[in-house]
Design a protein around this ligand. Sequence first.
Ligand code: AMP
Length: 296
Amino acid sequence: MKTITTSEALRNELAPARGRALTIGFVPTMGFLHDGHLSLLRRARAENDVVVLSIFVNPMQFNDPNDLLRYPRDLERDASLAHGEGTDLVFAPEVSDIYPDGFATVVGIPAQSAILEGAIRGASHFDGVLTVVAKLLNIVQPTVAYFGQKDAQQVFLVQRMVRDLAFPLRVEVCPTVREADGLAMSSRNVRLSNDDRRVSIALSAALQSAHRAIENGERNVTILRQRAVEALKHAGIATEYFDVVSAQSFEPLVMASGTVIILVAARVGPVRLIDNVVVDVPTLDARDPAGGTNEV
Ligand code: AMP
């Protein structure tokens, strides 16, 4: 395994593989790897000839300079974990390599960037994500890029960008990896105090309750939200958003139907946590009073 720090060196390193038409699997990350990231690497390893991991804490996607400053980093540990998963190349560029002087391009999807995470972090958060992902995809030119369902809005937008701009690659979405008690793994979890860590399971618990409520016939998103916000409040957590969107369009729904994503975001102590579950909503009997419509 090699660690490479410039785009040019990475291109040169990958040229022979490209010449031989080998498949390249790419896992973009911000580092401080955990089992969620490793599950993406494992999948990439199983499905490709060459595996590239990028580690780049992207300043353009941070709205809060303190969050950027405090983002955990440990390249040495990451390299050793990546090596353990059979990664071929770690690409860890400097900020100046990705954003050289005069860098001015922004890639954005205004409508779906403004809601949920965009409403909290600012719509420019996803401009930062999409711009850096577009650039990394152009540098690596992978056959397949692997993203986690954990960041549902991010992967939706990446898929939309890849489709809209005809990037020549496949995007694979990998399931969220969780701690034994249900907390979705995140590089930020290390910043939770012991007390915060204990209450943080309320997020995945609220998602599971909403999932069960849908299975039991509840379709009304306002009711699902009220229950979730109440449960989180009970655990001492202020909800930032709890919403149900169409998995296909990411449009927020009034009544859950089709395949939906239930999403939650909350601040637990000093840490912002996000989580989601994908649910295939069972069709209700047309005469069932719990049924409804998304027309408002
Ligand atoms: P990050 O380093 O947080 O930017 O994440 C890099 C990639 O790993 C993104 O595609 C994330 O969605 C994915 N990822 C992060 N946490 C998890 C998790 N718990 N399970 C699966 N994938 C994850």
